[in-house]
Design a protein around this ligand. Sequence first.
Ligand code: CMC
Length: 430
Amino acid sequence: MGAETLTIIDNRTGRQYEIPIENDTIRAMDLRKIKVSDEDFGLMTYDPAFMNTASCKSRITFIDGDRGILRYRGYPIEQLAEKSTYLEVAYLLLYGELPTSAELKEWTWHITHHTFIHESIKKVMDGFHYDAHPMGMLIGMVGALSTFYPEAKNIFDKDCRQKQIYRMIAKVATIAAFSYRHRKGLPYAYPDNDLSYTGNFLNMMFKTTEVKYKPDPVLERALNVLFILHADHEQNCSTNAMRSIGSAHTDPYSALAGAAAALYGPLHGGANEAVLRMLNEIGTLEHVPEYIKRVKAGEFRLMGFGHRVYKNYDPRARIIKDVAYEVFEVTGKDPLLDIALELERIALEDEYFVKRKLYPNVDFYSGIIYQAMRFPVDMFPVLFAIPRTSGWIAQWQELLEDSEQKIARPRQIYLGAQERDYVPIEERQK
Ligand code: CMC
């Protein structure tokens, strides 16, 4: 093998440059020395949407999109989904190793004992309109937490940061459930410390008159698996938002609100909601071929299909499909499943999708499970945000401890007007 360098010849000047290659990557800053004159700014890369730019070095999540592989800290997602719990996975993401039983006990205790929210936060929640979207409420409420915990700005104080980590992971579930109760006009159901993270979430969502809510173990487990699958996904849009905001040394609640706002978009975490709306719009099996035809004609996209990184079956979609059947044993089968299966069957055979390597992604089946579990459609992105909180925080923490990171500040290619003089309004012509 030759030297780990790249030789570049600038044909404008005939000069030759040798640039180091490390981890199959060149540093964009090494291109700066490529200039036509001393006054020249130097060469930059242009990469809208970060299609081929690594913004960080990370040790958290590994994805091989071509082979459909996803690992957290080296552990295959399939093994974690089968054997672990969401809180254990959150610990793994944040601290790099699976916890010992003592560590897990302590971690669980701290999360469990931070689930209550300040009564004044509840009043902020009460201010939302009766039909406010729960994701909008979540974004607002998580941002509002920063005003309740002003010490959170001390992001380089490790003990303080640890406390905020407990709070964020614990309270995001409470806020999420309260946003649902607010919309329904139901009294808030307070956290129950005897229950697991997902069991307690179901309690806060669905408890009515029973003295003690008992979550169905199959649904509690299914939610655990879904939360594990959604916990992190390396440098996606919302994680990039979390890192970008975090790079300004903003407090973590404000950064988390920004990340959740990015997740809200229909091309990202809002897709599971869009899938359900799509399946309902299709309505019956007979309408599937016609719908596919319209997708291929470019009228709209098949929601829950395609991925920037996976050019193979999303490994999370495969696990979720299995979970769906387990959930339906308890809840009864959702008729939308047949439409989803038929869409998948046709799309996987159709040249349009095959050529573009469009496979079902994580959002394709998750919505059907959530619906079977009685979550309303607009709660779906919220159900994504709850577990992704641990991934966002893990990535944020990694950013803070990375001495190479600075405030995120991309460059641009300016193509606008050159300098010109101000024109008084009476002299301006349309
Ligand atoms: N349905 C139909 N055509 C599609 C789809 C789709 N879902 N996704 C991509 N294409 C086509 C697209 O039209 C383009 O075709 P052409 O080359 O003829 O112009 C080609 O495939 C490449 O698309 P792209 O927009 O360049 O791909 P991207 O990597 O920028 O987009 C994506 C990735 C996820 C935004 C996109 O596939 C999409 O919009 N999917 C539907 C929304 C969705 O399910 N999002 C959830 C993503 S997974 C969870 C998460 O990360 O939040």
